[in-house]
Each structure stands twice: as C-alpha cells, then as structure tokens.
Design a protein around this ligand. Structure first.
Ligand SMILES: Cc1cc2nc3c(=O)[nH]c(=O)nc-3n(C[C@H](O)[C@H](O)[C@H](O)COP(=O)(O)OP(=O)(O)OC[C@H]3O[C@@H](n4cnc5c(N)ncnc54)[C@H](O)[C@@H]3O)c2cc1C
Length: 295
C-alpha cells in the first residue's frame, strides 16, 4: 500500500492533524490499534476543553471521530510493529506493509508498570492501570492504589466512592498530588495511606489476586490493584532523538528524521493536555500542507 501521509494513532492529536490535512485536500491514512480516542477513554469528565462546560472523555472521543469520519478519512485498525526509513518511510503493521512520504507519530503514552511477577497475567483480572475503566469491577471490595501523584489520588477518590476500602501505597513520605485533590481525598473515611513503602509481590489465592505484600513484609487485602505511577511514551521504533523516550521535535513538530513528525503525548514537552495535543496536530498538518504545495 502506498500513501502520501500516514498518521499512527487516533487520539486527539492524530485526529486533529487528519482534520486539517483532509480539508486541505490531502487524504491521510490513520492507523489505530485500538478504539479511536486514545486516553480520552480514560477521562471521566473533562472540564477544561473550550466549547464544553463538561464532557465525558468517551463522548469527546466519539464527537471527534465522527467529525473525522464525515470528512472521509481512511482508517486501518491494526498495530504498527515496525518502521524503517528508506527513500520513503516503510511502516509494518501486523497485517500490512505501507509506504509513505510523510509519517506522523501520534502514539501518545502508556501507563508505567511495576513489572512484578504475575503482573502481566493479572492485568484485567486484579490489576488495572485505569480506575475509571475498571473500578466498577471492584464495587464494595478492597483495593490498593499505588502512587502518590495526581493520577493516583484521582483514582483513589473515584474508587473510595464505590469500593469498601482503598489503601494508597506511596514510596515517598508525602503525596505529590495537588492540595485540592488531597483535601477531596480526606473527605473519605474508607481510605488509608501507607507512606515509605512499596509493593513487592502479588499474592494469589484460589486463582485470584487476594493480597499485596509490601517491602516491610506486611500484607494488605487487595481484590484489585490500581497502578498509577505515571506514563511511558510508546517505544521509539525509528530511534529518533528523544529524552526519556519522549520524541524531541522542533517548533513545527519535525523529528530528527526528514518527513517524520511527532505530536501529542508522544513528544517531549511541558504540558500534556488535550488542547496542546490538538494544537500540535494542527501545526504538523500545516507544515505538511505547505511542503506538499511547495509553499
Ligand atoms: C485519566 C485521564 C484524564 C485526563 N483528563 C484530561 C483533562 O481533563 N483535560 C485535558 O486536557 N487532558 C486530560 N488528559 C490528558 C489527555 O487525555 C492527553 O493529553 C491526550 O489525550 C493525548 O492525546 P494523544 O493523541 O497525544 O495520545 P493518546 O490519546 O494516548 O492516543 C494515542 C493513540 O495511539 C494509538 N497507538 C499507540 N501505539 C500504536 C501503534 N503501535 N499502532 C497503532 N496505534 C497506536 C493508541 O491506541 C491511542 O489511541 C487526561 C488523561 C487521562 C489518562
């Protein structure tokens, strides 16, 4: 398959880029391994995106996807597993090989794992990286939240409202979350915080996660464990210049390889928000439009 522009990732960054490209007469292919919307599907309520007082992440994802589909943007639902730069750029997905002149990497970032024994096999069956997605599975049960930043405390607040008991385990001696969030957390009397400690093992009983073991050898009941220790950007397949795996781009979203762009949460930047990701999609699209029209 030969394409002029391929966008990997159908989060808000990739979809914003596609909207501007197609309206300028350039038909991109979006490759998406999951459902369009990316991290939007993890956001319960968005209250800082202009035009909406309040909207759920999945609703906003659906609105943007609908807009993109109405513009007739082409989709391939598949996972990109390799990218090579030859004369053009060669993208390998699980099912296809695609050659493109311009590539836009809009792959976002994924939750950081603890990588303890049994973690992989317990994902979705005791271990989760998204309280809003999986919290309901642990209604009236005991859960553990690992982390001490904004995500961990947001998760803990949500879980405290539906679970029997929430235990936060944080490896430092104080939370890093914003004060407003910690004050909200204090309203719940079913939350305990354990400082200066770490989960070392998942204890399985009768084939199910039952407890976690901590560094000091104590154990805590845990029907579910929510890991909220930050995010890792998706692997950098082209060995682009990067910092901590976040792709380094210039002000026009160019990476260190010609005609390869990166936008959204995949790049090194200060603010990881919807509006910044969308903005980068637009800047990148305009640069590609100018290049293809030799402006
Ligand atoms: C719980 C939560 C709440 C948030 N709340 C807000 C908020 O209120 N306001 C705000 O502004 N921001 C919020 N954010 C941040 C915001 O959601 C992100 O900054 C934004 O969604 C990033 O968009 P993106 O397009 O760069 O990446 P993503 O949304 O991560 O999308 C990347 C896409 O790429 C796909 N992909 C990755 N690798 C491959 C591959 N190899 N092949 C094919 N497809 C691939 C993924 O499946 C995904 O769909 C929140 C984030 C979270 C997690």
């Amino acid at each position: 398959m030969q394409k002029e522009v391929v966008i990997i990732g159908s989060g808000i960054a990739g979809m914003s880029c596609a909207i501007y490209l197609i309206r300028a007469g350039i038909k991109p292919l979006i490759i998406e391994k999951d459902v369009p919307g990316g991290q939007l599907h993890k956001a319960n309520s968005i209250e800082n995106y202009p035009g909406f007082d309040k909207i759920s992440g999945p609703d906003l994802a659906f609105n943007i996807y609908n807009q993109v589909k109405k513009l007739d943007v082409e989709y391939l639902f598949d996972e990109v597993v390799d990218i090579k730069k030859e004369k053009n750029i060669i993208i390998k997905t699980r099912k296809e090989q695609i050659e493109t002149k311009y590539l836009v990497i809009a792959t976002g970032r994924a939750p950081r794992k603890l990588n303890l024994e049994h973690e992989e096999e317990l994902i979705g069956k005791g271990i989760s990286y998204c309280a809003l997605c999986d919290g309901n599975l642990y209604k009236n049960k005991d859960v553990v939240v690992i982390g001490g930043g904004n995500s961990a405390i947001l998760d803990a607040i949500y879980l405290a409202s539906i679970c029997h008991k929430v235990t936060i385990i944080h490896r430092r001696n104080n939370l890093r979350a914003e004060t407003k969030l910690t004050l909200d957390l204090e309203k719940y009397d079913n939350v305990d915080i354990i400082y200066n400690n770490q989960v070392t093992d998942y204890i399985i009983e009768n084939g199910k996660l039952a407890k976690v073991k901590l560094k000091d050898n104590t154990t805590i009941n845990a029907d579910g464990v929510f890991i909220a220790i930050g995010y890792e950007p998706i692997a950098n397949m082209l060995k682009l210049d990067s910092d901590n795996n976040y792709i380094i781009v210039d002000s026009k979203m160019h990476t260190s390889i010609d005609n390869v762009y990166a936008i959204g949460d995949a790049i090194k930047k200060d603010i990881y928000q919807l509006i910044t990701a969308s903005n980068e999609g637009v800047i990148c699209a305009v640069d590609i439009i100018n290049k293809t029209k030799n402006l």
